[in-house]
Design a binder for this molecule. Structure first.
Ligand code: DX5
Ligand code: ZN
Length: 223
């Protein structure tokens, strides 16, 4: 599996979201990470499906990974799939029926993901290994960009990779979200992550091409 750098749009300039999304992809990011917050599941409010549809209309063809920090998730799964999401990730605490929601995502031909908060026991995913394409390990408490990486996430990543994901033959992407920047990305890679979500680590450090290039070097060399 190739390492993936996912640029989190939460840290982009929202007044020019389309341009920012295109620039960061042209600068070497593999995918876009799209944070959806509802002022209920998390204490912040961000973008709904119209923003995702607008990015597609603007001409963004890169994968858009929608990270739902909302409760309930049911209707928004359908809405984001129709708005052009490539993958949809939700928090198990926000779902009344995890299996049904994973099936619902697949019915739309999107990839499905489960997000694991710092206080969530990762064994919750064990029952769903045949239906999950992405595990998103939160290395901050969801709600805001620009927070400090919680270092206990490193052991959690190792545990998920070695003790949980090893129980299936299916390729499940291990993605890490929150507080990742040039200075700590090698550690996250060494712990076993395949995908690195970074918002402020990229958007607050232009030119994006340089910072993304350096991040890729670090995750490939892991030193
Ligand atoms: C946090 C979001 C993250 C956030 C990451 O609630 O889910 O995706 O955008 O931003 P940085 O990289 O700034 O921590
Ligand atoms: Zn996120």
């Amino acid at each position: 599996m190739r390492y993936e750098i996912a640029a989190s749009l939460l840290a982009a300039d929202f007044s020019q979201l389309g341009k920012e999304a295109q620039t960061v992809i042209d600068s070497g990011a593999d995918t876009l990470h799209f944070d959806v917050m509802d002022n209920h599941f998390v204490p912040n409010l961000t973008m709904g499906p119209m923003f995702c549809a607008a990015l597609r209309k603007y001409g963004i063809t890169a994968d858009i990974s929608v990270h739902l920090m909302v409760e309930p998730v049911d209707r928004l799964i359908d809405d984001f799939a129709k708005a052009g999401a490539s993958s949809i990730i939700f928090h198990p605490e926000a779902s009344k029926n995890i299996e049904e929601n994973l099936d619902q995502i697949h019915k739309h031909d999107c990839l499905s993901g489960i997000a694991i908060n710092p206080d969530t026991d990762p064994s919750i995913i064990e029952k769903f290994l045949e239906k999950i394409d992405i595990v998103l390990v939160m290395s901050v408490y969801p709600g805001f960009g620009g927070q400090k990486f919680i270092s206990s996430a490193l052991d959690k990543i190792k545990h998920i990779k070695n003790d949980i994901l090893s129980k299936t033959q299916r390729p499940i992407q291990l993605s890490v979200d929150g507080g990742i920047h040039l200075q700590n990305i090698s550690e996250v890679a060494r712990a076993g992550a395949d995908s690195f979500v970074s918002g402020s680590g990229i958007f607050l450090h232009p030119p994006y091409k340089d910072v993304i290039g350096k991040m890729r070097e670090k995750i490939t060399l892991k030193d």
